[in-house]
Design a protein around this ligand. Structure first.
Ligand code: F6R
Length: 614
């Protein structure tokens, strides 16, 4: 996720900005840049790769010692991680420099308009359009604050923008919509940051902004307004976290922070997917409609958590598109001599984009002339580079080794792929696709509802500190959720945990059930009566043998009450989308239990974030 720093004060801005960027490095990035305002002009440098590359460039070609500047670490979304795509971006007369976090959904339309007016784009980013638009506004005679308000009213999506104007050296202006931005309030100096880690060394007085607000900082003041220019007040607060907590947004672990980021991550993954005509658009799909219409079989390959996302994708694709789908562990795929033809679509799911098993599997598929589409969170990584098309998940970097927001956003990408295929193949009507998209748009709020009950789940986790074994039961789309819940517990709490398809119990696993064994049961929504009732029968069976049933079921599901020792309610959502809400309590459960057991949640033993060996 991008990191943003802004500064105006009495100190040399270069040092404050670079140090701020260093404090934001933990967010993950693939390029870095800085812009300073120097006597009527902008001086800027930006480099792909780590901050050290930028620092080396500055050492070779020093920047002026001025006191107003902005900086950025970029996590690529639109366009690969290169020098030219790194931020800041400048307007065509180099009057404005701008950095951005988020996604400007209507950038293609804005870019088209600017290009038709003769503006030459210097990058592939969505950000650059905002720099040109700001400059266009300044040329009408308004100041940078008003220019920012005017530009933001025309932008769709989620964004934090921070800009400077060469002709107004004592002002830095920022705006936010659904993307992080905090103000740091100092004495004779003020700061902007993606989070307080950017300026915590200089001041512990901070100000939080609301959505759709613009903030102007000068040496002596901070003023806030709405995008419509109405004056507003920010909320001031004192930061008493240390740096390590600040990086984690006050949480104890990156994993917990990432679990709580999921409403935002899901919303970001849905941004910009519907065109003005209401049709789904996947900008890096790169496979033609005809290629997709010719597909008669899909094989999904992935590892670990990503594999479970693939299992959910199978249910969605087969239901909405009527195309047969196989889901295969990447590490097994090549060795079974899979039947691949030019009409097979291989979908590789990988958060990191570097997993060796998955990479080798797609290489094998391409040798057999199959088309490969990847679902990936890391722009420019190897798997998307070697694929015919890609759907990026926009979760932002995942730092905790155990995947959480990576999984939820993979699910979103899988639903988008399924709906896109349905649109292209005509297996669902447009209004049916729109209906599911509307349901997906409501999911960030539903995920938030589950997170709001975290204390309930933490209490449950604390009750199970002495458990040596936990089972997970699910059915249909709840089955991969059960597997994922068990994987989380194994990975970070080092407990014996197994996920089962509820219907399989009586074929063996029920022998494991003994008095007091905790079983987490994911109860499907009631719409599909048989599914729901069959799940309840399975729960009755284990409870009759002494299991302690910890049930996740939709609110209003009274049928489960007699069989649930503990009931955690989930928002009411369609059955195929339920994994998006049902997995969240399981992530919280594992995170809290591992914390209580004293384990290092972010760096579990024997595990690496990216598994680059087969
Ligand atoms: C589980 C986890 C792993 C990964 C697996 C695949 O929490 O993180 O199981 O899901 O190693 O990694 P990617 O998705 O990067 O290919």
């Amino acid at each position: 996720m991008c990191g943003i720093v802004g500064y105006v004060g009495a100190k040399p801005a270069e040092g404050v900005v670079i140090e701020g960027l260093r404090r934001l490095e933990y967010r993950g990035y693939d390029s870095a840049g800085i812009a300073l305002v120097d006597a009527g002009s902008i001086v800027s440098d930006k480099r792909a790769g780590k901050l050290a590359n930028l620092e080396k460039a500055i050492a070779e070609s020093p920047l002026p010692q001025v006191t107003t500047g902005i900086g950025h670490t970029r996590w690529a979304t639109h366009g690969p991680p290169t020098d030219r795509n790194a931020h800041p971006h400048l307007g065509r007369t180099r009057r404005v420099a701008l950095v951005h976090n988020g996604i400007i959904e209507n950038f293609a339309e804005l870019r088209g308009r600017l290009e038709s007016e003769g503006v030459e784009m210097a990058s592939d980013t969505d950000t650059e359009v905002a720099a040109h638009l700001l400059e266009e506004q300044l040329e009408t005679g308004v100041d940078l604050t008003v220019a920012m308000q005017n530009v933001c009213r025309g932008l769709h999506g989620a964004f934090t923008l921070v800009a400077v104007d060469a002709q107004d050296p004592d002002r830095v202006v920022a705006a936010r919509r659904n993307s992080p931005l905090v103000v740091g309030i100092g004495e004779g100096e003020n700061f902007l940051g993606s989070d307080v880690a950017a300026f915590i060394e200089h001041t512990r007085e901070a100000m939080e902004l609301d959505q759709d607000q613009v903030v102007t900082i000068t040496r002596d003041g901070v003023s806030v307004s709405g995008f419509d220019g109405t004056p507003a007040e920010g909320r001031r607060y004192h930061v008493d976290w240390d740096l390590s907590a600040a990086e984690k947004d006050g949480h104890d672990w990156f994993m917990r922070k990432e679990i709580f980021e999921q409403p935002r991550a899901v919303a970001d993954s849905l941004l910009g997917r519907r065109g003005a005509d209401g049709l789904l658009q996947l900008d890096e799909m790169r496979l033609s409609d005809q290629d997709l219409r010719d597909i008669d079989k899909i094989i999904i390959i992935a590892a670990g958590t990503s594999f479970y996302a693939g299992m959910v994708a199978k249910y969605a694709i087969e239901h909405w598109c009527r195309i047969p789908v196989e889901v295969e562990l990447a590490s097994e795929f090549r060795y079974r001599d899979p039947i691949l033809t030019s009409s097979t679509l291989v979908v590789a799911i990988s958060q990191s984009g570097e997993t060796a098993d998955t990479l080798q599997a797609i290489r094998h598929a391409r040798e057999q002339r199959s088309k490969v589409l990847s679902i990936c969170n890391t722009n420019g990584s190897t798997i998307p580079r070697e694929s015919d098309g890609v759907i990026y998940t926009h979760a932002g970097p995942e730092i905790g080794v155990a995947s959480t927001k990576g999984f939820l956003t993979q699910l979103v990408a899988c639903y988008l792929l399924a709906l896109y295929l349905a649109q292209v193949k005509g297996t669902r009507y447009g209004d049916e696709i729109s209906q599911v998209m509307d349901q997906l748009d409501r999911m960030p709020a539903h995920v938030q509802t589950v997170l709001d009950k975290s204390e309930e789940v933490y209490g449950l986790a604390r009750d199970h500190v002495g458990s040596r074994s936990v089972l997970f039961l699910g059915r249909h789309a709840g089955y991969p959720v059960a597997l994922e819940g068990a994987l989380k517990l194994k990975e970070i709490a080092y407990l014996h945990a197994e996920g089962f398809a509820a219907g399989e119990l009586k074929h063996g696993p029920i022998a494991l059930v003994e008095d007091g064994l905790p079983i987490l049961c994911i109860v499907p929504p009631r719409g599909r009566d048989q599914l729901h009732d069959k799940m309840i029968s399975g729960i009755q069976e284990v409870r009759a043998r002494g299991a302690r049933t910890l049930c996740l079921a939709e609110e209003g599901d009274t049928a489960i009450e007699p069989y649930a020792d503990v009931l955690i309610t989930l928002p009411r959502v369609p059955v195929l989308l339920q994994p998006l809400v049902a997995v969240v309590p399981l992530q919280l459960f594992a995170c809290e239990l591992a914390t209580q057991l004293g384990h290092d949640v972010d760096q579990p033993r024997n595990l690496a974030k990216s598994v680059t060996v087969e």
